[in-house]
Design a binder for this molecule. Structure first.
Ligand SMILES: Cc1cc2nc3c(=O)[nH]c(=O)nc-3n(C[C@H](O)[C@H](O)[C@H](O)COP(=O)(O)OP(=O)(O)OC[C@H]3O[C@@H](n4cnc5c(N)ncnc54)[C@H](O)[C@@H]3O)c2cc1C
Length: 398
C-alpha cells in the first residue's frame, strides 16, 4: 500500500520499514558560499538515512544547510540500488552514469570492472593551476598499453584509490571525466588523461582541514606509480558525428575535462580523424575564480587563434570580473549576456549543449535561457525537456 507523506512524497509501507533515505542535492555556488575558504563542492548527491520520527526535523536541517531534497525512499527501496559510501558515512550516487541516452551501439562500456580493474601506470602529472591561482588541479596521463580499454570523448573512467575506508572496507571507485581524445595525448591510442582537482575543505563542525581520498591520491601520484582503472562508462556526454554541428560547452573548473577531449578532437587531431573534420561552431564557456585557474588556457587560446571562425571561448572569472550589476561574474551571467545568441543557436536542430562541472550550475543557466525563451513565447522548461528527449542537452555535474 502506498501512503502519501505530509510533504507530498510517496513512500511504500509494504516493506514495513520505518527508515527513509533522503536524496539531497548539494549547495549552490553563490556569493555567500563563495565567502567560505573553498567553493562548495559536492561530489554527488548525498543520501541521508532518517528514522521516521526525525523526518521533519531532518528536513529542516537540510533546508537550513541550503540542501534540497529531491526524493525520499524507504530504506528497503533504496537498498535495491547500489550506493557509494563516503568518508562521512553517508551514501552518494552510485558510481555509474545516470541513463545511457545515446543510440550509439558501438560505445565501449565497463571493459574493466571494480573486481578486475586494469592496473595502468602514471606517465606524467602536471600542475594546471598557474601561480596565484587557488587549489591544485593536475593533468594526469596514464599508460594503458597491454589493456583492452578503449574509450570515446565524453566518457569517464573509475579510479580505485588504495587502502581502506573508515569501516575497514576497500575504498570505492571514484569517476573522472576523460580529458583526452580516444587517441590519447601521445596519439598512440595507448593512454588516457584526467584533469583532477584535489578536494579540500574545512570540516563544517570542527573546522579541520579535510582532503579528499581519491583526488589527493591522484594529485600526489608520482610518475611510474601503478593505478587501478575501471570503465569506461557514460553515454551522456558523447559528441555527435555531425561535422557541421554547433557544440555549446559550459564548464566550471574540472568540468572542462570532457571539453578538452572534444576540442582536441575537433581542432587538434584533424589528421588522426579523416572522417571527422569539424566545420561547425564550438563555443566554450568556462568559469573559475581567478585567471591562473583557467585550465589549459594557452592551448585553448592557441586553437582559438587558429580557428577564429569555428571556436569561441568566453570566460567568467568570478573574483576578477564584474557582472552588469557590479557583482561577481559567474558563468550564469555570461550565459545571460549571450542568451539571445545562444537561444538562436539552440533552436537549430544540430546544436548540442553540454554542461559539466559543479553541481548546481544548471540553475543559473536555466534562468538565463528562461528569460530569453519567454521573449519568443516559449516556456524554457518545456523546451528544455524536448532538447533532453532529443539528446541535445547533456549534463554531467558532480
Ligand atoms: C561522472 C563524474 C565525473 C567526474 N569527473 C571529475 C573530474 O574530471 N575531475 C575531478 O576532479 N572530479 C571529478 N569527479 C568527482 C570525483 O569523482 C570525486 O568525487 C572527487 O575527486 C572527490 O573524491 P575524493 O575521494 O577526493 O573525496 P572523498 O574523500 O570521497 O570526499 C568527498 C566527500 O566529502 C564531503 N565534502 C566535499 N566537499 C565538502 C564541503 N565543501 N563541505 C563539507 N563536506 C564536503 C562530501 O561528503 C563528499 O561526498 C567526477 C564525478 C563524477 C560523478
Amino acid at each position: 500500500m502506498k501512503t502519501q507523506m505530509g510533504f507530498g512524497v510517496k513512500t511504500n509501507t509494504e516493506y514495513g520499514s520505518r527508515t527513509f533515505v533522503y536524496e539531497v542535492e548539494g549547495l549552490r555556488q553563490s556569493e555567500t558560499t563563495d565567502k567560505l575558504n573553498n567553493p562548495i563542492r559536492s561530489s554527488g548527491t548525498v543520501y541521508i538515512t532518517v528514522p521516521y520520527a526525525r523526518m521533519n526535523q531532518e528536513m529542516r536541517r537540510i533546508t537550513r544547510m541550503g540542501g534540497k531534497i529531491v526524493s525520499i525512499k524507504t530504506l528497503s527501496e533504496y537498498s535495491q540500488t547500489n550506493g557509494q559510501t563516503t568518508n562521512t558515512g553517508e551514501k552518494t550516487k552510485p558510481m555509474t552514469q545516470a541513463k545511457p541516452k545515446s543510440d550509439k551501439k558501438d560505445v565501449p562500456v565497463n571493459t574493466y570492472r571494480p573486481k578486475n580493474p586494469f592496473i595502468g601506470k602514471c606517465l606524467s602529472s602536471t600542475e594546471l593551476v598557474q601561480e596565484g591561482g587557488e587549489g591544485t588541479v593536475r593533468h594526469l596521463v596514464f599508460d594503458l598499453s597491454g589493456s583492452e580499454l578503449k574509450y570515446l570523448e565524453g566518457q569517464s573512467i573509475g579510479i580505485i584509490p588504495p587502502g581502506t575506508d573508515a569501516n575497514g572496507k576497500p575504498h570505492k571507485l571514484r569517476l573522472y571525466s576523460i580529458a583526452s581524445t580516444r587517441h590519447g595525448d601521445n596519439l598512440d591510442d595507448q593512454t588516457v588523461s584526467l584533469c583532477v582537482r584535489r578536494l579540500e575543505y574545512n570540516h563544517p563542525e570542527t573546522g579541520e582541514r579535510i582532503y579528499g581520498v581519491c583526488s589527493s591520491y591522484l594529485c600526489g601520484m608520482e610518475e611510474g606509480a601503478d593505478v587501478a582503472i575501471t570503465g569506461p562508462v557514460g553515454k551522456e556526454m558523447l559528441l555527435p558525428d555531425d561535422e557541421n554541428a554547433t557544440i555549446i560547452m559550459i564548464a566550471t573548473g574540472t568540468g572542462i575535462a570532457p571539453f578538452r577531449a572534444f576540442i582536441w578532437r575537433m581542432f587538434k587531431e584533424r589528421e588522426q580523424n579523416p572522417d571527422y573534420q569539424f566545420k561547425g561552431l564550438a563555443w566554450l564557456f568556462f568559469g573559475c575564480a581567478y585567471t591562473p585557474n583557467i585550465l589549459y588556457k594557452e592551448e585553448l587560446e592557441e586553437l582559438q587563434r587558429q580557428f577564429p571562425d569555428n571556436f569561441r571561448v568566453t570566460y567568467a572569472i568570478s573574483r576578477e570580473q564584474k557582472n552588469k550589476d557590479g557583482g561577481k561574474m559567474y558563468i550564469q551571467h555570461r550565459i545571460q549576456e549571450n542568451a539571445e545568441e545562444l537561444w538562436k543557436e539552440i533552436q537549430k536542430e544540430n546544436t548540442h549543449t553540454y554542461i559539466c562541472g559543479l553541481k548546481g550550475m544548471e540553475g543559473g543557466i536555466d534562468e538565463g535561457m528562461s528569460a530569453v525563451a519567454s521573449q519568443s513565447n516559449e516556456d524554457w522548461s518545456v523546451y528544455q525537456k524536448q532538447l533532453k528527449k532529443d539528446h541535445r542537452w547533456h549534463v554531467e555535474t558532480y
